[in-house]
Every structure is written in structure tokens, then in C-alpha cells.
Design a protein around this ligand. Structure first.
Ligand code: APR
Length: 312
């Protein structure tokens, strides 16, 4: 029986657990520092299993020993930025959380593949890789799947067509500088550029870049969790069932696209070994410049984090 540990029983973590169990992908252990929170959500999800027609086991705990021998660890633990908190404060706090969580889970599940969800995503995925010392194929960040899903939804709504037929590729960092790629987006094989004006495509690309902020502006006290949870669950499924789906994920670039030594969103084949392959697409000069700009911004953030961790 496949076993997945989800660290963080907040909005995103609980949603990942719900999809992973509900879709009969794996048994789940949920961990959180808040006493009772993962236990309560775990029990509630367990009680939903007869209604969903599966016999998945799920429970919550504070004890990392319970996570032993997981095949996958999903890290959603962290805090959201609060009013008055600087980006550096957030970076430092979440870096400390991700570092300790990665260390503990890796100790109990040395063979597990890590799927990182905590923001700032590309930096936290890099940190999880550094902390565990795992090979790069075993640490992957969730961002591009979510950003592509947002782009797909907006295109479906605009074209009045099924979202099921719409496939999108969004590369780059998980932030304002992400790079939606209309040339590699299609409706059942028909290039998006044949079906929509350039202006409309650009407007939907921009809405995608602002997708996270749009939800925060509406929720006011939290950030998105349904689509992020579903995105992480889809990655877990592709790995555990060795589906080898082609998905944009945050991965360690080792020279691909002219980028080195940072985690950034690139198209990868996701299978039983985690990142099976990074796929190199031909980019136009403009797309390539956008990707490099995004990479430079991630590099700055990694450097900022390294300084903060040294002074911690
Ligand atoms: N170990 C375990 N859990 C922790 C730790 C820790 N060291 N520190 C914090 N947590 C838990 C909190 O107790 C909380 O329950 O992480 C959970 C985070 O949940 P929420 O605050 O609801 O945040 P959520 O919306 O789930 O987002 C989590 O995912 O998409 C990203 O930007 C988002 O970084 C954020 C993360």
C-alpha cells in the first residue's frame, strides 16, 4: 500500500490529503505542530472514506515516527505573510520550517520523493533538496501544474469549451515573472493561437500571473487551496502510478535552458523515480529572455535566504 505523508494540516495540506485519499491514490499521514489539528482533520477524512467508496487509511499526528517509510512527502507547512511582515521575515520563517520538516521526514523515510508546496516555492524546493541531500530527481516543487490549470480554466471560460480539452504550459518561477507559453498551449491539438486573438491571450496570461493574488484579494485572510491541493495530488498520482505525465514542475536546472543551480518551473516527465527527464523545448528569443529574467529573480531570493539562514 502506498503511503504519503503530508506535512501541514492547514488549508492546502488538508486538501492534498482529501484528494490523495478520495481518489484512492494512497494512504495518508498528516503532520502538524498544532495539537489536535491533523488528528481532527485526519479523522474527518477517514470518516468520509465509506462515502467515497474506498478503504484508504488516514490519520493525523505530531509524531514523525508515524511517517516512517512513506513513498512521498508533501510539504505544505509554513506561514502566510501577515500585515507588517517583510518578505525577508516570511522567507526566514518558512525556510526554518521547511528545513526542520525536511530533516525530520527524510530521517524516517530516506527513500521518499519530496513534493514541496510551501512558498516562496522555487526557493523552498531548493532548500528541501539542500537539506535532505537527495538527488535532484527526488525533490520537486508544485507550481507549474497549478499555474497551467489556472490558464486552462480561463481559456475554457473565454472559448466556452471544455477545460478537459485544453492543455497549457506555464514555465518559470512561481511568481509575477512566470512564463505562460501560448505557443505550447492547445485545444485538443489545435494551437491556441488559432482560436484566440493575441490581445486576449495576453490578457489571460496576465490573469494567470496574477492568479494567486486574485484569490488572496477575495479571501482576504488566506490564500488558494483547492487548486493547489489538487495540483499536488496530481503530481503524487503521476509519481506513484508511474504515469510519466509531462508536467511543468519546479526542478533543479543543471544547464537546461541556459539556467544552472536553481529550482525553476520547467516541463518534466514525472514518474516512479520522480523527475524522469527535463524536456527542453525550443523557445523564441522573447520567451527565453522572460525565463532568464524569472531565473535571475529566483537566484536573488536564494541568495537572500542563504544570508538569512547564516544569520539565524
Ligand atoms: N511543522 C508542521 N506544521 C507546521 C509547522 C511545522 N514546523 N509550522 C507550521 N505548520 C503548519 C501550521 O500549523 C498550519 O496548520 O502549517 C500549516 C499551514 O497551513 P495554513 O496556514 O492553512 O496555510 P495554507 O493555506 O495551507 O498554505 C500552506 O502552501 O500554497 C502554499 O503559500 C502557501 O506557503 C503556504 C503553504
Amino acid at each position: 500500500m502506498a503511503k504519503v505523508t503530508v506535512v501541514g494540516a492547514g488549508f492546502v495540506g488538508a486538501t492534498v490529503a482529501q484528494y490523495v485519499c478520495g481518489q484512492d491514490i494512497a494512504d495518508v499521514v498528516v503532520v502538524d505542530v498544532v495539537e489536535g489539528l491533523p488528528q481532527g482533520k485526519g479523522l474527518d477524512l477517514f470518516e468520509a472514506s465509506p462515502l467515497l467508496g474506498n478503504d484508504r487509511k488516514i490519520f493525523g499526528t505530531q509524531d514523525y515516527a508515524d511517517t516512517k517509510n512513506s513513498q512521498i512527502v508533501v510539504i505544505t507547512a509554513g506561514i502566510a505573510r501577515k500585515p507588517g511582515m517583510s518578505r525577508d521575515d516570511l522567507l526566514k520563517t518558512n525556510a526554518n520550517i521547511v528545513q526542520s520538516v525536511a530533516k525530520e521526514t527524510h530521517k524516517h523515510s530516506p527513500d521518499a520523493i519530496f513534493v514541496v508546496v510551501t512558498n516562496p516555492l522555487d526557493v523552498m524546493a531548493y532548500l528541501a533538496k539542500q537539506t535532505t541531500g537527495l538527488p535532484a530527481n527526488k525533490v520537486v516543487g508544485m507550481a507549474g501544474v497549478l499555474d497551467s490549470a489556472r490558464f486552462q480554466s480561463f481559456i475554457a471560460e473565454e472559448l466556452k469549451m471544455s477545460a478537459e480539452d485544453i492543455k497549457c504550459m506555464v514555465m518559470g518561477g512561481h511568481g509575477d515573472l512566470m512564463v505562460p507559453l501560448p505557443r505550447y498551449s492547445s485545444v485538443n491539438g489545435v494551437p491556441l493561437t488559432e482560436l484566440m486573438s493575441t490581445d486576449k491571450i495576453e490578457a489571460l496570461s496576465q490573469r494567470t500571473r496574477d492568479g494567486g493574488a486574485e484569490i488572496v484579494a477575495l479571501l482576504k485572510t488566506g490564500s488558494a487551496f483547492y487548486a493547489p491541493g489538487a495540483s499536488a495530488a496530481l503530481m503524487v498520482e503521476s509519481i506513484l502510478r508511474d504515469k510519466r505525465r509531462l508536467l511543468p514542475c519546479s526542478v533543479l536546472a543543471e544547464g537546461q535552458y541556459g539556467i544552472k543551480d536553481i529550482y525553476i518551473g520547467l516541463p518534466v516527465i514525472l514518474g516512479k523515480n520522480g523527475v524522469e527527464k527535463i524536456v527542453e523545448l525550443k523557445l523564441t528569443a522573447e520567451e527565453s529572455a522572460q525565463l532568464k529574467k524569472s531565473a535571475a529573480s529566483i537566484k536573488e531570493n536564494v541568495e537572500a535566504m542563504n544570508k538569512l539562514l547564516v544569520t539565524a
